[in-house]
Design a protein around this ligand. Structure first.
Ligand SMILES: *[C@@H]1O[C@H](CO)[C@@H](O)[C@H](O)[C@H]1NC(C)=O
Ligand SMILES: *[C@@H]1O[C@H](CO)[C@@H](O)[C@H](O)[C@H]1NC(C)=O
Ligand SMILES: *[C@@H]1O[C@H](CO)[C@@H](O)[C@H](O)[C@H]1NC(C)=O
Ligand SMILES: *[C@@H]1O[C@H](CO)[C@@H](O)[C@H](O)[C@H]1NC(C)=O
Ligand SMILES: *[C@@H]1O[C@H](CO)[C@@H](O)[C@H](O)[C@H]1NC(C)=O
Length: 381
């Protein structure tokens, strides 16, 4: 990019200066004057930029489930035709991450996006209306503890683009959640389910039994933080966002189904404990020399040593609480699953409910807007 070339040019100036004063080792100077080296850096940059754009986006509260699948499908598009080792590795890693997720939920999120509906999935994978219908019914029952009665008919209307599901109406809305809220008056069940799907915040999604292995919080910006702090931040953040989602769903519930109560007993406990450094996580280091503070929920723990001690106490208290919660979580889980009529088999537990990311889509998906806008910013420099 031009920004990079500019900084490259500046660097060259510095190099020339340093060369005159002879205070840089010659091997470094040779490297700096090597054009291929700069080209390699530029190529690396072109690989990293989309990841950076998408990670930035997925860490924001506005990120939605459909964005996650879109991002994965986009990267798959980029790499699946490559013959080099790097591309093959990327495909392998994307697939292995994708396999760990609750694919039915992510696929529903895509399906309920008015831009995509049933037109994007590979027909030979039987991701058709009846299959989606089963999942939609499942999630409706689990989330609202009510028997869906008309949701399939409503899904069918959505697929057939009957008002308010036509493209003209959908094009009025930038925000998909707003769109589904708008349609609430026209459906009994589907819209409220869709609002729930699109209000799942992907970066606190461990709450929703999702992505427990994702490392959104442990990002490049924060990865100097120790695991314990990251974990506590994840907990806090998850709780705040979870409370907000619950509150919103309750309000909607009262609005629509005056008599049903949402069971939020499937609490944040499970899964959220799993921020585990895996082989796939690039770890830059946990050194504490410099803790970047740029987010409202981050503490500058090194600003004064007392705060640091206090923080440590809070942390150890938290981890004790957590251990208790975890035990309780296990207990309540086994209690609930002992009564099969109360708890349905979870579609995500079905090991056949997995699809190859590379085969999932029959169309080329557009470049995610996060990537587009980042490239725009860079090109304006
Ligand atoms: C979330 O809700 C619970 C129960 O209503 C409350 O005790 C807790 O303080 C809330 N947490 C936050 C971070 O608001
Ligand atoms: C959670 O589940 C327990 C039993 O599993 C039940 O006694 C309790 O009322 C439930 N809480 C809520 C808020 O639904
Ligand atoms: C940690 O827990 C102990 C007792 O369990 C309590 O006295 C103390 O105030 C707690 N400290 C913090 C910082 O929450
Ligand atoms: C598991 O998923 C496969 C593929 O969607 C489906 O054919 C099968 O019926 C499912 N099994 C159960 C028990 O839900
Ligand atoms: C659709 O799925 C089948 C079976 O997995 C696969 O062979 C085919 O290549 C896929 N089509 C596309 C366009 O990806």
């Amino acid at each position: 990019s031009r920004l990079f070339l500019m900084s490259g040019a500046i660097f060259m100036e510095v190099t020339a200066l340093a060369l005159r004063h002879q205070n840089l080792p010659t091997n470094i100077l040779t490297l700096l004057e090597d054009n291929t080296w700069w080209q390699m850096i530029e190529e690396l940059e072109s690989h990293l930029l989309p990841f950076m754009a998408i990670l930035n986006h997925l860490q924001r509260d506005v990120a939605q489930l459909s964005d996650v699948l879109h991002a994965f499908a986009y990267f798959m598009q980029l790499y699946k035709h490559g013959q080099d080792d790097f591309s093959k590795n990327m495909v392998r890693r994307l697939e292995s991450r994708w396999r760990q997720w609750e694919q039915p939920l992510l696929i529903i999120a895509f399906f309920l996006h008015p831009k995509y509906r049933n037109s994007v999935f590979n027909n030979s994978l039987s991701l058709n209306l009846p299959q989606i219908g089963l999942w939609v019914q499942y999630y409706y029952r689990e989330w609202f503890r009510a028997r869906p009665t008309v949701i399939l008919a409503e899904l069918s209307r959505f697929v057939n683009r009957e008002y308010p599901f036509d493209d003209d109406t959908a094009s009025n809305f930038d925000d998909i959640q707003e769109y589904w809220k708008f349609t609430i008056g026209a459906t009994k069940e589907l819209s409220i389910l869709a609002v729930r799907v699109f209000s799942i915040c992907v970066n606190s999604a461990s709450c929703e039994r999702l992505f427990s292995s994702m490392d959104f919080i442990h990002s490049a910006r924060r990865n100097r933080l120790q695991l314990g702090k990251v974990f506590s931040m994840a907990q806090m953040r998850a709780e705040i966002i979870y409370n907000r989602t619950v509150k919103m769903s309750r309000e909607l519930e009262q609005h629509i189904h005056a008599n049903t109560i949402i069971h939020n007993n499937e609490s944040c406990q499970e899964g959220s404990a799993e921020i585990s450094p895996e082989d796939e996580v690039i770890e830059i280091g946990d050194d504490n020399e410099e803790t970047t503070v740029s987010d409202s929920c981050e503490y500058d723990v090194n600003a004064n040593p007392d705060a640091d001690n206090e923080w440590n106490t809070v942390l150890s208290n938290w981890s004790e609480d957590l251990a208790t919660e975890y035990d309780e979580g296990l207990v309540s889980e086994s209690l609930t699953s002992a009564d099969p009529s109360e708890r349905l088999a979870h579609p995500a537990d079905n090991s056949s409910a997995k699809w190859c990311l590379a085969d999932l889509f029959i169309v080329e998906l557009p470049v995610p807007s996060a990537v587009n806008s980042l490239q725009l910013v860079y090109n304006m420099e």
